[in-house]
Design a protein. Structure first.
Length: 340
């Protein structure tokens, strides 16, 4: 059996663990692997690399992906799906393991519907994919954000400033929620709940009155009541997503105006994606990779491997990409109890 693998969308700590888990499990069972480079661009343009035990040696602790990635969308290219089918046939690929978020897995679902054998692995640092309790990369990104917040507390206290920390989270505020709670933030602002600027200013004043400099953690997609998303420009990527950024800078200016406390903003950006994955993400990625090979071996195509509790299960791809998993009101209410 010959199995293709690709990683699509944004890079994520733990991707190499998935690749290694699948390759080592598969080659031990007699399977052969080929890697498609740079996301869906690989099977579209025939960009490949050898994947075997030698190629995956010493990659468990590495961030990023040895296969490369891109946001190429075959559905936007005329004849894109058929080109992928042709490439898979040319390389004698019996099944494809696609590792990615809702966009990558959405394409995987279309390929499966078109008769190609595909198994999905969920990947997003935002932890917003339905069907799985956690995605690898999320734990690493939260720990990176938490460490940044810990460091910012000391400089904010020294200068008696408000510091606004902008983290990733277009439609789901999981990173903001977890890193903000772990980092003792004075306020956490997420896309699921519009925020009132006066209320946030009040939390900052309350925090400052106790001798601590307030840290406000805000997800990039958070919105003020009656406001709109902050965007760098009007350009869309190939999946139709606007590039979000700027809410932290705008919020810091508003908080300084309303509180009279000097305020600054910090954009963590791609720092949250980079570097060494945590132990949790290495283990979860490895388990996902091995489980994806098992699904291929069982010819259980059109599924995605997922974490439910402590078990790895299989669910239909359609269930995985149907709706985003957002922060429920009760989880945000737990965090609000510690604001101010």
């Amino acid at each position: 059996m010959r199995i293709g693998m690709l990683t699509g969308g944004g890079d994520c700590p733990g991707l190499n663990a998935v690749i290694r888990g699948a390759v080592l499990s598969g080659t031990a069972a007699g399977a052969d692997f080929v890697g498609f480079r740079d996301g869906w661009r690989g099977p579209l343009d025939g960009l490949t690399m050898t994947l075997g035990p030698v190629e995956v040696r010493n990659i468990l602790e590495r961030g990023g992906t040895i296969l490369g990635s891109s946001r190429t969308n075959p559905l936007k290219i005329e004849g894109g799906l058929e080109q992928i089918r042709t490439t898979l046939l040319e390389h004698n690929v019996d099944a494809l393991i696609a590792i990615g978020g809702e966009d990558t897995l959405g394409v995987a679902e279309k390929l499966n519907d078109a008769g190609m054998a595909v198994v999905g692995v969920p990947k997003t640092i935002d932890n917003d994919l339905s069907g799985t309790d956690y995605t690898f990369g999320f734990d690493t990104s939260v720990n990176i954000a938490m460490e940044a917040i810990d460091r910012l507390h000391t400089t904010a206290d020294s200068h008696h400033r408000v510091l606004v920390v902008e983290v990733m989270g277009r439609h789901a505020g999981w990173i903001a929620l977890h890193s903000g709670m772990a980092g003792s933030a004075a306020a956490i602002l997420i896309p699921e709940q519009e925020f009132d600027l006066d209320e946030v200013a009040g939390w900052c004043r309350s925090h400052a009155s106790r001798g601590r400099a307030p840290i406000v953690v805000v997800a990039e997609g958070a919105q003020a009541s009656g406001g709109s998303l902050s965007v760098k420009d009007a350009d869309l990527d190939s999946f139709g997503h606007v590039r979000l950024s700027g809410i932290g800078e705008r919020l810091a200016a508003e908080l300084e105006r309303r509180t009279g406390i000097e305020s600054r903003s910090v954009l963590l950006g791609h720092l949250q994606r980079g570097g060494t994955p945590t132990a949790f993400d290495r283990v979860l990625g490895t388990r996902f990779g091995a489980a994806a090979f098992s699904a291929v071996q069982d010819r259980d195509f059109g599924c995605m491997v997922a974490l439910r509790g402590t078990d790895i299960v299989r669910i239909p791809l359609a269930e995985a990409v149907g709706t985003l998993k957002t922060v429920p009101p009760q989880r945000y209410a737990e965090a609000r109890a510690f604001f101010g």
